[in-house]
Design a protein around this ligand. Sequence first.
Ligand code: AMP
Length: 482
Amino acid sequence: MSFASLGLSEALVRAVSERGYESPTPIQAKAIPAVLSGGDLLAGAQTGTGKTAGFVLPILQRLSTTAPRRAGAGGARPIRALILTPTRELAAQVEESVVAYGRHVKLSSTVVFGGVNINPQIDRLRRGVDILVATPGRLLDHAGQRTVDLSGVEVLVLDEADRMLDMGFIHDIRRVLKLLPAQRQNLLFSATFSDEIKALADGLLNKPAMIEVARRNATAEGVVQRVLPVDRVRKRELLSHLVREHNWFQVLVFTRTKHGANRLAEQLAKDGIPALAIHGNKSQNARTRALAEFKSGTLQVLVATDIAARGLDIVELPHVVNFDLPNVPEDYVHRIGRTGRAGAEGEAVSLVSPDENGLLRDIERLVKRQIPRETIAGFELDPNARNEPEVDDRPPRPSRRPARGAAPRQNAPRPGGSASQRPDGAAAQRTAASTPQRPAASVPQRPAASAPQRAAQPASPAASTRPFGVGGVRGRPTRSGR
Ligand code: AMP
């Protein structure tokens, strides 16, 4: 099958062939004709499947072959397509794709996200763009300042909608929807279909075409997965050993906490391995710099938390290391989706301490296979070692079921108030009035963290089993800090 046979114009076919794409990926083969037909779409696809081109290409085609429905404010060109993404990195990457695929058509685009100066964004929006890629919080800031006019939007894309809900953006999304004209095409992409996603889709989509491509956990053939049992206290040593012994380059390492990411990057650097951490508490400049160095190959190891790593598109990333297993089994699939992409071979190694065996079982149940264990000589488990779970510093995701063996959560308020940091730079705040008290009996009792861990890692305020939207699991974001 060719891109031309999907009904795309010569200018778009030329652009993808210049990118080196020979044929459409399965999601593109299904999504492109569906979007070109003009109807709504509900698509099940993850990052790494080529989903971005699946919606960007037909949007470019549609906008380049039709006139705007209405003029923008003051006669300016209206924003005709709005693409919402959960993270800044994903927003930047999607907009890069819009530029790359649209290089032979006369359309303009820009990206707005938090954590950076808003003024250049205002200038750019004032000059008029056809396609706007945005994170919800910063978009609403622009709307509040009347520096964006969304009344001419013809196509709305919610990219990685499940992540947006997990990250507490539902209220923001609903507020954005109110700013859009009622008549428009809606495209919703999500890797998973929780009840919350179904509810959002029901309210948003009109008789949508439904497409789904195989999840990577069903098809991750290009990824060699291994579990290396090791005591928690020796994980860092083992990681340094592996990186040095095998001369690994471009290693993406996942930790469960921001604090853990910082600590690990510092320790690796002390071991002589160039490493930086990337997470929601880092400034946007620091994140961009770390990512650029990692992509160019000058940075050997990038240590990331799940949310920060979301949407990173590093082609043919050879090594992914789970320094901690994720609490939510689906995150394992997202993590290993970073490697072996677009048919390339990749390796995903998990350093699993005995306290994580429950999490490992949940992951193996999800991926429907046993991941081979391999003990590295010199790093055998010590029966007397203390293996205590790392305490989360991330707001819990509203999972369908509690993850077994999950890190302890306490109901204690966060130091300095109840604010938690959102990945787009906004502080998510829970107020006493908006936060109903959870009955003590429904809070899973787990062992308390050790004192040093508690001091270092503020506890998450809510249990992972609370349904999304009830009492605002992530709470309503403040308008500051975007
Ligand atoms: P995405 O899932 O949209 O993040 O895309 C994942 C990766 O696949 C990106 O690096 C794309 O450049 C690449 N890609 C997208 N479509 C194709 C294609 N048809 N052939 C080869 N690579 C592709």
